[in-house]
Design a protein around this ligand. Sequence first.
Ligand code: ARG
Ligand code: ZN
Length: 859
Amino acid sequence: MTDSVSTTANQAKYRADYTPPAFLIPTTNLEVKLDPEQTQVKASLVVEKNGVHNNSLELDAEVEKVVQIEIDGEGLSPDEFVYENGKLTINRAFEKAQVVIVSEINPKANTALEGLYLSAGAYCTQCEAEGFRRISPFLDRPDVLSIYTVTIIADEEQYPHILANGNLIAKQKDHKTGLTSVTWNDPFPKPSYLFAMVAGNFDLLKDTYTTISGREVSLEIYVDKGNLHLSDHAMESLKKSMQWDEAKYGLEYDLDTYMIVAVDFFNMGAMENKGLNIFNSKYVLADEKTATDTDYHGVESVIAHEYFHNWTGNRVTCRDWFQLSLKEGLTVFRDQQFSADMGNPVLERISHARVMRTMQFAEDAGPMSHPIRPDKVIEMNNFYTVTVYDKGAEVIRMMHSLLGESGFRKGMDLYFKRHDGQAVTCDDFVSAMADANNKDLSKFSRWYSQSGTPELTIQETKTGSVYTVEFSQRIYGRDDAYKALTIPVKYEVLNKHTGQQVERGVFVLEEHKGKLEIKTDQDVVTVLFEDFSSPVKVKRSLPLSDIKLIINNASDAFCRWDMLQTLWQMVAKEGKADGEAGRTLVNCLIDIVLKQELDPAIRAELLTIPSFQSLAEAFDEINVDAILKTRTLIPSLVTEQTQQAIRNELAEMGPVNNDYNKENVAQRSLKASLLNLLSFSDGEEVKSILRSVYDNAPNMTERVSALNASLNLGDALVQDLLNQMHKSFSQQPLVFDKICQIAASYNGDEVYQMMEYWASQEEFDPSNPNRIRSLYGAFVMRNPAQFHALSGKGYLFLERLLTDVDAKNPQLAARLIDPLLSYQRYDEQRVALMKGVLLRLSSTELSKDLYEKVHSALA
Ligand code: ARG
Ligand code: ZN
C-alpha cells in the first residue's frame, strides 16, 4: 500500500537522550515466505504500553513495502498509519494489542548485506546493529526483549536447511504448493539484533558436547557444499570454547543446539545470534593446505568470541547502542584470555599492543575519536571500532589487574546474578565489579567517558639511596578538561650493570602526577608497563645503553620486544640508519639472529620488521620517506652481516610437522622472519631459495611466507609464484584472497596492473566484501609506499573505489576510508592531496556511514 521514501536524515543521536521504550513487545511471531525478490514477512506482535502516556506506536521500518496492518484482527485504513523516513507510525490507541504487519522485502537487491540477503544462493540475515527493521517494522532497539517464534516457508528441495534461533518445533510440507514450512522457537527473550534465519543447501558437520551439568548439546556447523573437510578446526575450537567458559567463569550453554553457518558474503567477522551464529566463511574454513597459522588462530578466536557472547551479550545485553562496549570490550577480553590459555600469552599481548598502537591510537588521535562508550552517533555501524572493542577490552583488563583474578570473577558472578535476562549499561557492569569487591571504582570509570590516548611522561632520578620514577599523565591537546585516569603500571627494576632483578611490582597512578620510590643502593633502571599493563603512550628518554640492557634482560618478554620497538621508532625519527640509534638497533638485531638459543616464538617477533603504522605512531608529523627508508635500510644492514648464518639456520631447520600447535607455529613463524630478512640481501640465489621454499612448502603458512618475502625482490618472482598458486588452488576463494593481498602489497608502479589483473579473474566478485578487502583493503593498509605516493595516485585510486563501493555497500566503504581520516598527521603536500579527496567526496551523495566520517574529518 505504502512505499517508503528512505531518506533518513544524517542526524546524530546522543547517549544523554536515552529514554525507555514507550511500548514493549513481549512476543513476536514471524511468518516468512522466502522469495528472492518478493519475500513476504508477516509479523504478529503482542504490543503493550510501557508506562502511562498517549504516544502513538512508532516502529523502526526500512522495508520495501508495508502491505497491511491489523490491530486485534481489524485492518487499518491508510489514514491510520504513516510510513516515512524510516518510521512506521500507527495512529490508533491501545493499552495492549495484537499487532499484525505484513511487509515485503527484496533480498536479492540487498547489496548492503544488512537485514535479509542472499549469499551465493543462500538466504541469511545480519541484524546487528539496526538490520532487523529491514526485515520487519519493529522496536529495533536492544532494550526491547521479545520471545520469538519463526515460521519460514520455502522450497525444501532448493533449501534443505531452513534455520532460525532456538529449537525446531514443527515442520510440514504443503502438498498443494509443494512448499515446506519450518517453525522455530527461542525460549530466551532477546533483542531484535540477535534474530537470525537461514535457508540454503549446505554440508553439515555434527558433533555433541556434554555440558558440566551433564546436558547434551548438539553442535552443528553448516558450510557450502564440498567444504565439509574444512570445518574440523572450527568444531574443535567450539568445543574448547564451551569447556573453557565453564572452567574459567562457570558459564554453561543454555539451549539444546548450537548452530554455526558459514557464508561467503559477510561484512564483518561473525555474528553471535542466539543459538545460530552466522560467520564469514573465512573464520570457519581451514585446513593446512589452504589456511595459514594466522587463519587457524583467527578461526579459533572468532569462534570463541561469538560463543562467549552467549553470556556476555545475549543473556545480559546492552540497554542502548552507546553501551556496545559492555558486550564487545568484555567479550574481546574473554576471547583474549582464552587465546592466551590455548597458545602463547606473550604473543597474544604483542598482538594486542600492535592493534592498540597502530590502529586504536590512530583512531583516538583522529576525527572519529570517541570514548569506549560513545556519546554521539550518526551511523551505529561506524562504531564497531578498535576503540569500542580493543580499548574496551584493555579497560576490562585493567579492572582485572586492579581486582585480581578472583576479585574479577566475583564481579562477573555478581554481574550475572543481578542482570541475567536484562539490557544494561556499562555503569551496571562497573558497579557489579565494585560492589563484589567493596571497592570504589568511580574514578576508574572515567575510562568510559574520556576519549584520547593518555600520554605518560616518565622521569627518573636517584638521590642517595632513593630511586624515584615520576609519572605525569595528559592527553595531547585536551589539557584543560582532562581528568586523571587510573593507570596500573606493572614494573620491574633491574641493576643497570648486571641486568639482575632488584624488585618487581605494580604501581597504580591515580592522579595527574605520581611517584614510585624505590630504596636501593644499586644503580638501577625500570622496565615499565610489563605485559602492556595500560593502553597508554610512553614519553621517556632512555640512554641507548639502558634500552639495550632492557632488551637483553627484562623478565617479561613483552617488554624486551617493546623496547626493541622503541628503538626502531628512534631510528625512524632520526631518519638514518648509521646514527647511534641505528647502529644499536642493527647490533641488537644481529645478536638476535645469532642467538639461536632464544625462544623461537619470541625470536620470530623480535626479528619482525615493524609495520609502517607502528613506526608512524612515533611522529607528530608522519615522515613517510623516513619510515619507508628505515624499514628497508635496517634489515639490509642486518642481513649484510648475517646472511650466511640465516641461510645455514634455514637449511638446518628442516621440515616442521603440519599440525597446528604452539611449537610448530613458532617454528614456522621463525622461518618466515628469517626468510623475510634474507630477502633484503639481493642476488639470484635468494630468489631460488624462496622459490624452492614455495615449491616444497607442505602447508599454506610456508607458501605465504615465501610469497611475502618475495615482495622484496621485484615483481617477476612475485607474479610467477602468485600464478603458480592460482593454478594449484583455482576456484578457492579464501586462497584467492591471499593472492590478492600479496599482489596489492607490491611496492612498485606495477601494482596497479597487478590489481587490475587479479580483479579481472573469475574468482573476483566485486560484490563480495572479502574480495574487496583482500585486494583493495590490502593496498590501502599494507602498501604505504604506493598508497602514500606523492603523485597522489594511491589516494585517487581510493577515491574512485569509495564512490563505487559506497553506492552498494556503505559499511564496507566506511571501513576502507579509515586511512584517509588521519590526513592531518602528514606533510603539507599529502595533507592537500588527501583533503582534496575528502572535499570532493563531501560534495557527492554519500551513505550515512561515509557522510559521518567524511564530515567529521573535514569539521
Ligand atoms: N557483534 C558482532 C561481533 O563482534 C559484530 C557485529 C558487527 N555489526 C556491524 N554492523 N558492524 O561479534
Ligand atoms: Zn563481538
